[in-house]
Ligand binder design. Structure first.
Ligand SMILES: Nc1ncnc2c1ncn2[C@@H]1O[C@H](COP(=O)(O)OP(=O)(O)O)[C@@H](O)[C@H]1O
Ligand SMILES: [Mg+2]
Length: 324
């Protein structure tokens, strides 16, 4: 089975002085998959992805990439491309010239390297002859992706690629990555936000302070039956509150997650069976249900709980975003 793995990492450790950045990381990614690496700032994502790209050497552990053990020669393993901490670009060169320089470094003829194709693929054709000095972060990310695509990688490693991308840009890049995976390439990409990865990845590894706290399919993460905050809007908020107060397993949360506009909105914290009970009682009492939605997506909530981050902060952020 191992022959089908794009990445097989066992017990990877990496320290910077006293800081243990990676503390025994195991990671398996099958070929053709889009695997998300998610964790809060400082979790160790960039350090781990840097090891996959051959940019650093671990202090311990074993790593096989595309079936070959990595010998830690500080070189990017064959078939791997990508970047960490944003792509390195020459600011005084245009997008096209940057790609041509990279192709030349790899001993390829710029005319036949497929530069126009990759620029088109990432949506940079119109700015191909602009100097990258003026590029936004999102444009730089796209150009970094184009540079990686130029090598036709079998394993693509991207560190927070959606940073700086607007929603349309994100969708575009997701499309590129999905096509690439459908053609058999494997992709590992990181984010500090679960919701960045939900649309793209079928499986994730969650790390916190250098350790894996979850690895597996998203479905398994979402199936977790912890209590979540739900926003509940009904035709009769006073009666709804009374019923919620009287339902076992349901707790009213008047703090976080309540919408500023929301006299009609109640935030309740419950597991799914208790929530079902409440809905049934509301309907039986003739109260119309106008909105029932988790304040934070179940995946994001699982991520926050696993990484020990407070739930209040993101839900307030989300509330402000929704109110804008
Ligand atoms: N070159 C470095 N020198 C010292 N400490 C580092 C270095 N790179 C990373 N670290 C530390 O290692 C930990 C993991 O960092 P990093 O991999 O950048 O996390 P993430 O990408 O998840 O935000 C952090 O505590 C960070 O401060
Ligand atoms: Mg990072």
């Amino acid at each position: 089975m191992d022959a089908l793995l794009a990445i097989r990492a066992r017990g990877i450790t990496k320290c910077f002085g006293d800081v243990v950045a990676l503390d025994g990381i195991d990671l398996e990614v099958a070929q053709g998959r889009i695997h998300g690496l998610v964790g809060p700032n400082g979790a160790g994502k960039t350090t781990l992805l840097g090891l996959l790209l051959g940019l650093a050497v671990p202090d311990g552990g074993r790593l096989e990439i595309l079936g070959t053990p990595v010998e830690w020669a500080l070189a990017t393993p064959d078939g791997v491309a990508g970047f960490v901490d944003g792509p390195g670009l020459y600011p005084s060169l245009t997008a096209r010239q940057n790609l041509a320089a990279l192709a030349a470094l790899r001993g390829r003829d710029a005319r036949t390297a497929g530069i126009d194709e990759v620029l088109d693929e990432v949506g940079l054709t119109e700015v191909a002859d602009d100097r990258t000095r003026g590029f936004s972060l999102g444009m730089r990310q796209r150009l970094g992706l184009a540079a990686a695509l130029l090598t036709r990688p079998r394993l693509l490693v991207l560190d927070e690629p959606s940073n700086g991308l607007d929603p349309a840009g994100k969708q575009h890049v997701n499309g590129v990555l999905t096509r690439l995976a459908a053609q058999g390439s494997s992709i590992v990409l990181s984010s500090h936000r679960m919701d960045d990865l939900e649309a793209l990845c079928s499986e994730v590894t969650i790390i916190a302070t250098g350790r894996v706290v979850f690895s597996g399919p998203l479905g398994k993460l979402a199936a977790d039956d912890r209590a979540l905050d739900y926003r509940l809007r009904t035709s009769d908020p006073v009666a709804a509150r009374r019923l919620a107060e009287g339902t076992d397993g349901v707790r009213i949360d008047d703090g976080a997650g309540a919408r500023p506009d929301g006299a009609n909105t109640l935030v309740v914290r419950a597991r799914v069976p208790a929530l079902d009970d409440l809905v049934e009682r509301l309907v039986r009492a003739g109260i119309a249900l106008r909105e029932l939605a988790p304040v934070v997506s179940p995946l994001e909530a699982a991520f926050l709980a696993l990484t020990g981050q407070p739930r209040e902060q993101p839900s307030q952020e989300r509330t402000q975003e929704a109110g804008r």
